[in-house]
Design a protein around this ligand. Structure first.
Ligand code: ADP
Ligand code: MN
Ligand code: MN
Ligand code: MN
Length: 379
């Protein structure tokens, strides 16, 4: 048995009384930081519409300026089972609205939903597809398990060369001294997400010390953001219980070779049907010819500052390079957009954009890839 210095704290106590606990989960102005508050109701909500609309004091702008702190409406839009207090208790994802009619400027879910609706009728060009496009998204969420100061718990730059060390898929490596507690966190996260009803795809031990990845999806349209944000919430709640933290920062230690991504996988129905690879190639061509800046801004809620650090970082070869568009099949190093090997063999499926960072806003990123690779908005 592995021992370590991090003691497990008791999980939340299941509650079996008459009342129902609902945790309201929402994202603040950063686009990726999840927050929550809890409300007690008298009966189990059957659907998300049964959860009361609430309010919350929050910044109504992406810069979080104090003068834009406002009381806003909190509208529940997606409901999950609560893995901490167990059924019938709930977790809900909420949108911010200025009033009942006007979405807040930080409500990227609303804008994303509009773009998904445009896929089935484009009011700009009048285009209506013969078959519904049914956009599917999958996100690979990388993260580091860190100490209170944000440094990964097994990162020890004095002793190892992290530019050459490859921990990807490895077990119990000697340079990886806290892997036991990290794997415990990752496994509990997986089972808690599955219990909640999140479309959880799997887990992989990533390349760097204390780095992990899990996949969410495929999810239809804007629901990718509901599932990803709720999975981040559950991960951070569990990390609290372990006395640990996790970070989604794309470069958690300044100037180090450690980087994290949030690969975005995407398809519409005709890409998934027989012969769909020609539509995949067409979408990739639109991406290759698009202006990179507006798209990269939608791929990183810090308006591309943090992601720029990652895409210009020269010590690792796994991530794409800024302004160098490379498309490849079955290859990952320095590749911007990848066609997975089985998609190439089957002649249909999906493609992967490797540029979004681990701190992506999933609603904005899904919105951005549709606008660029289907509508050609950034040509
Ligand atoms: P890799 O590490 O090789 O890029 P992963 O297995 O980590 O691949 O991630 C694959 C991702 O692709 C998952 O998030 C999955 O949900 C997503 N995905 C699978 N099929 C589709 C599809 N048809 N459309 C969109 N996303 C898909
Ligand atoms: Mn992956
Ligand atoms: Mn990865
Ligand atoms: Mn990937």
């Amino acid at each position: 048995m592995t021992t370590n210095k991090y003691d497990l704290v008791l999980p939340d106590i299941p509650y079996n009384g008459d009342k129902v606990i609902i945790e309201y989960v929402f994202v603040n102005h950063t686009g990726y930081e999840v927050c929550s508050k809890t409300r007690i109701v008298d009966a189990e909500p059957a659907t998300v519409e049964d959860c009361p609309v609430w309010d919350n004091y929050m910044w109504d702008d992406v810069e979080g300026k104090p003068e834009n702190f406002k009381e806003m409406i909190l509208k529940p839009v997606a409901m999950f089972k609560n893995p901490f207090f167990r059924s019938p208790h709930k977790l809900v994802i909420c949108e911010f609205w200025l009033n009942m009619e006007t979405p807040s400027t930080i409500n990227t879910r609303y804008t994303c939903k509009k773009t998904m609706e445009r896929l089935n009728f484009d009011p700009i060009s009048g285009y209506r597809p013969k078959q519904p496009h049914d956009p599917w998204f999958g996100i690979e969420q990388e993260y580091f398990v860190t100490r209170d100061d944000g440094v990964p718990i097994s990162y020890d730059p004095k002793n190892y060369n992290y530019e050459t060390l490859i921990l990807y898929t490895k077990l119990g490596h000697r340079h990886d001294k806290n892997i036991g507690i990290e794997r415990e966190l990752s496994n509990r996260h997986m089972t808690a997400c599955l219990y909640a009803g999140i479309k959880f795809g799997g887990v992989i031990r990533e390349n760097n010390p204390s780095q992990w990845e899990y996949q969410i999806g495929p999810c239809l349209g804007e629901t990718i953001g509901d599932h990803l944000n709720m999975s981040r919430y559950i991960l951070q709640r569990l990390a609290e219980m372990f006395g640990l933290r996790v970070t989604f920062h794309p470069v958690p230690v300044n100037g180090s070779p450690l980087t994290s991504s949030g690969h975005l996988n995407f398809s519409i129905s005709k890409m998934r049907a027989k012969g769909g690879i020609k539509f995949i190639r067409h979408a990739i061509n639109l991406l290759a010819n698009s202006d990179e800046d507006p798209l990269l801004q939608m791929y990183d809620p810090t308006l591309n500052q943090e992601n720029k650090e990652r895409l210009t970082n020269t010590s690792g070869v796994w991530h794409p390079q800024l302004h160098k568009f490379v498309c490849d099949v079955g290859k990952k190093e320095l590749v911007t957009v990848r066609i997975p090997p089985l998609v190439n063999i089957n002649g249909c499926g999906y493609f992967e954009d490797r540029r979004p960072s681990s701190a992506l806003d999933p609603y904005a990123a899904a919105d951005g890839i549709v606008r660029s690779s289907i509508f050609g908005d950034f040509l």
